[in-house]
Design a protein around this ligand. Sequence first.
Ligand SMILES: C[S@@+](CC[C@H](N)C(=O)[O-])C[C@H]1O[C@@H](n2cnc3c(N)ncnc32)[C@H](O)[C@@H]1O
Length: 188
Amino acid sequence: MSRGYEQIGVAMTCRSFAEYERMFRLKPELMEAGPILDVAAGASSFVAEAAARGLAAKAADPMYELSAEGIYRHGMTEIEVSTGKLTKLPHLPYEDESFGLVLCSHFLFLYHEQFDYDFHTRALRELLRVCRAGGEVRVYPVITLQWDRYPMLDLLLEELRTAGFEASLELSELPFIPGSKELLRVQK
Ligand SMILES: C[S@@+](CC[C@H](N)C(=O)[O-])C[C@H]1O[C@@H](n2cnc3c(N)ncnc32)[C@H](O)[C@@H]1O
């Protein structure tokens, strides 16, 4: 029996504020300190719900280049997005140190067969670039679509620590995928 499930392209998903709260163990003080950036936010309602609660939050995702109708079509058909486009250098359209909390749910680590280690380190650097000193970056989950721990996780943690960041794995309160207990927390 094979483990995990086969995924072609990157899935479009729509996790809620309540799910993010539990996945990332978000407490009101941390979110209120904000502003918050949700990276690879896709169709998640986290930012809309956060804004409705009076929190300062923004969402970034390459999918937002599409029109509303285009996003709808994308969701309806779950089309395969070209790997070439997806593997572009991650660049977030924000100034350095713009956010107190930067979240990335179900994108990094999960798709490690499509995105190599170099992509992951560049992506992490970009998340940290837009995070202000004293703020933090949280990534969930830290496993792959095969439901194995991201194979380069220890090296990544070591590199983050060598670069002067406090990097730790903490328990998530919402294990979406079997065996997925941890989130990555990097303090800048
Ligand atoms: C599985 S969804 C996660 C959506 C949301 N964070 C959630 O947990 O419901 C993965 C998202 O990654 C986005 N994505 C794909 N390639 C990307 C890239 N190179 N940089 C940033 N986001 C990317 C996709 O558009 C998609 O919305």
